[in-house]
Each structure stands twice: as C-alpha cells, then as structure tokens.
Design a protein around this ligand. Sequence first.
Ligand code: ATP
Length: 403
Amino acid sequence: MFVGIDDTDSIKGMCTTYLAAKLCHELDIIGSPKLVRLNPNIPYKTRGNAAIAFETNDLSAKKKVISLVKKYSMVSDSKTNPGVVFLESKKVPKKVKDFYSRVVSELVSIEDAEKVISAIKADTFKLKNGRGIIGALAAIGFNGEKTYEIIAYRKSKKEVKERKISRDSVVRMNDLFFPGVFDNLDVSGKRILITPKGRDPIFCGIRGRSKNIVCKAWDMIEPLEPIEFTQLFETNQATDAHLRIKKISEIKPYDCVIVSGTVSSNPKRVPGGHVIFGLTDKTGSIECAAYKPSRDFRDIASFLAVGDEIKVYGGISKYVKTINLEKIEVIRLNDILSSSRPVCCNKNMSSAGRNKGFKCKKCSKKILKTGVKISQKNRSLFLGIYDVPAGSRRHLSKPVFLD
Ligand code: ATP
C-alpha cells in the first residue's frame, strides 16, 4: 500500500516530515520515505510546501497513520487542513504520476484530486476541508530525478527557534563533502543553512546527491543539544522538477516557468532594493524581478540591457504580472554602442553649436568635425547561467553547480 500525507503542520509548530519519521519508526516500510516539495508559489503553504509518501505492507498501517495524524496535526491553525491518501496497488498508476507533475508546477483544486482518487479507487482520511489530499496524492506520484536529505529531529519538544550546533563541525563537513552535499552554508561561509529557523522539531537537514554521502556528512556534525532520531528521505529537492517551458501568453497565476525572450526595458532598482526589467517574446511581455535577498544575483539582473537574449526561470504569484526570478541564462548580449566626443586637455570637448564642431573649454581650440566617436560598450556580463545564492534558493531549484 502507498500512503501520502500532507498539511498537518503550522507555522507555530510540528512538521509533516516528523510525523512521517515517527511512522517510519513504527511501521515496516519499503525503501525510503519520500519528502516531496510541491509548487512553491501556492498561497496555502505554511513554509516549504512539503508532502510525504511511503510504501508499506504493514497491515496495521491505516490505523496507525490515522491515529498519528490525529495526534500530531495542528488543526487549531486556520491554514492546517490535513489529508491522507491510501492506495492499494502494486505500482503507482500513471494518473497519479501525471497528477504529481501538475501539482509540483501549477495550481490545482481539491476536486481535481478527488477525481483522480475516485478513478484509482484510493481511500482518504481528511480533517477540516482536507486540502492535504492534493499534496498527499501528488507525493505518492513523485517520479523523476531524485536527491536525498537526512533530517535530524530535536529531543526537546519546547521547539525554540535557536538550534545548538558546532559551527566548526558544519564547516569541516562542508569542506569535505561539498558539492556532494550542498546548501550547508551561505556564500559568505558565515551563515549555517542546514538548521531551520522556525519553531518545529527539525534540528538540521543535510541535502545531497546520494544516500551514502548525506549519512557520512551527518556523522561529522556535532549537535550541542540532544537528538531524538534521524530519518533519511528521497526527495525532488534541487531538481527543477517544478519548471515548465512556456510562452508568455501561456502563463497562468501560480505557474513555475522557463521563458525565452528579449530584454525589452532596461533594469531599474526600485524602492526595497529589488531589480525589475521587462521581457518580451513573440506572444507578449512580462516583468521580471530579482529581489533584495538574492544579493549579487540582483547585480547580474541589473547588468542586462535592452536587446539581450535570455532565458528566465521563476515563479508567478496571484497576478500574471511578474516572474520572480530563480535563474537567468544569458544567451546573447546585444551590441551596445556608446558615443564619445573628441578629447582635448584631458577632457571631452564641448559642442561649439549646431554643425559647428567642438571647442575645448580650457585652451579654446576648435575643431570642425561634427561626428562623435562610436564604440562598442564593454559589458559586465558573460554568457551562461546565473542563480540566486543558497540562502534564498527555493527547495526545488537546482543549483547551477549541480547541472
Ligand atoms: P511544510 O511546512 O511541510 O514544508 P507547508 O506547511 O509549507 O509544508 P502544507 O502545510 O503542506 O505546506 O500546506 C500546503 C497545502 O497546499 C496542502 O493542503 C496541499 O495539499 C496544498 N497544495 C500543495 N500544492 C498545491 C497545488 N499545486 N495546488 C493547490 N494546492 C496545493
């Protein structure tokens, strides 16, 4: 039987992965449980829009899952709507795989999930409006490229924000295993990224390309507070599973897209420190935004100029107005010409009047030449692909160094 679970936690505490880890300790499960990130743009998410799935032959599974979901769900939170899907099947049906492919990339409805659930004759358990069945069903359908994450959970149930960890041990682990494990430290090497900042049971999570490497990396970490247990997950993190190639006219609210086009308005810095520029393809125009937390990535965006050919990767929010950028690929830089006047006494000469040439303000020398020197402007950009730094990267975004 396949089991999918979603929407049990809230910003005030708990975590669906903890519930899954508890179940994995109580049930006989087949292989590793799956930690599946879904569309990062949807409004119902609390944090990283994660759902969980696993396979088990344990006859008591249904009873235990329902009992733990009832026990741990934060139903007092208005945004928490737990949903569980139970599917008796030897393999995951294509309909469920296709459903995952939609849920990871666009907005779907509870009715969409219910249609598939009834077609495949799966069973559900819901609390409140049961929206969690969307993520639960999608998690069962997860297929495609995989990465791994080992998560360590804290023993203390006070769920304070601070995690006590030896910083040196994180640096040593990163030095030894990066990029086999990634997103351990921010670009400055100062901020630890493996420990979350919220009130939840996770102590830390280490992400990497193989089961073996994340386990070895965890062995090097020195926690300075008691750990309850660890759990290894198979994930779709850092795989770009959410992105779909689209034309501008095809983009819908909450989509995750890759769009090829030409820069149509020069980048400008707006209040708040964000950089915005226009992008056009044959079907329309849209704004692209690089936000302040993306730091140096904003500078890359600000070096673009009208006429540059690029490919942008990013997410759409409620209104189809802006692509919130995750990556930019610079395909062709436009030739930008700059003009300069003749030089005299180490300064550009000034105009002597219409069609009268130039004069030097310092030595009064005049020349009759009317033209200005046209030269190609040096661009501060190379062709290639640029992404946001680890600290502001979305869980699903594939870092450039993994390509
Ligand atoms: P976590 O904290 O575990 O990272 P989250 O708390 O951010 O995840 P959830 O609590 O899982 O997010 O809430 C997300 C809700 O949105 C769930 O009910 C899920 O079923 C639903 N959902 C997920 N993806 C979509 C989608 N593409 N369209 C519509 N609803 C979705």
